[in-house]
Write a protein that binds this ligand. Sequence first.
Ligand SMILES: Nc1ncnc2c1ncn2[C@@H]1O[C@H](COP(=O)(O)OP(=O)(O)OP(=O)(O)O)[C@@H](O)[C@H]1O
Length: 225
Amino acid sequence: MSALIEANNLTRILTETVPVTLVEDVSLTIGEREFVAITGPSGSGKSSLLYLLGLLDEPTSGRLSIGGRDTDPMDQRERAETRLSMLGFVFQFHFLLPEFTARQNVEIPMRKLGRLSRSAMQARAEELLASLGLAGHIDKRPDQLSGGQRQRVAVARSLANDPPILLADEPTGSLDSQNSEQVFSILEGLVRERGKTVIAVTHDLDMAARMGRRIHLMDGKIADP
Ligand SMILES: Nc1ncnc2c1ncn2[C@@H]1O[C@H](COP(=O)(O)OP(=O)(O)OP(=O)(O)O)[C@@H](O)[C@H]1O
């Protein structure tokens, strides 16, 4: 199994006022087709670790490779390109743009990466939305969709550039149990059927138990659950 993500001794310390250690000495290797839960008490650094792995934040020390490429020497443009092409993001709150339709929201990462024609982007967005059961909702804006539908649009957006890795921060945290189950099944299907690697922060230990692997954090460090 080849490593998609390899972190060595990742540490993130905020130094604005008093130093705050968010993540400390985290080393991990995550391969293709893995379904990984990140668990831990509130404030243990789960989101902070996810942001580091997603190149949304930079470590104070340590190394991180994504898709076999060391991210340390990358400039901002290379980081952005790696983020767009290798990583998809789903957050607890959908963060869809309210004035855009579902399709336009899904097109955003494709526009940013700039590899497809306008018609190809539209077609891909429609196909992704349809594959997530949203064929009838392509031209609706977020406020015309239910919470579960909005989260599925967010999943479609995360898949826009067909990244091998999806990072999800409490992806079902704001959903009722039925919609949670649906979004969980979609993520599971992405691993099993589409070969994605999904790494999800979750408070839900039942959900974590249904994932292939669990990384537990305590005070920013990997610990036994
Ligand atoms: N910008 C910041 N300034 C100060 N402290 C911060 C900042 N960001 C995070 N922290 C603190 O760092 C710790 C780790 O935060 P993080 O959000 O990664 O934890 P978490 O495990 O995801 O928590 P939760 O489960 O509550 O979302 C927490 O104690 C948090 O309050």
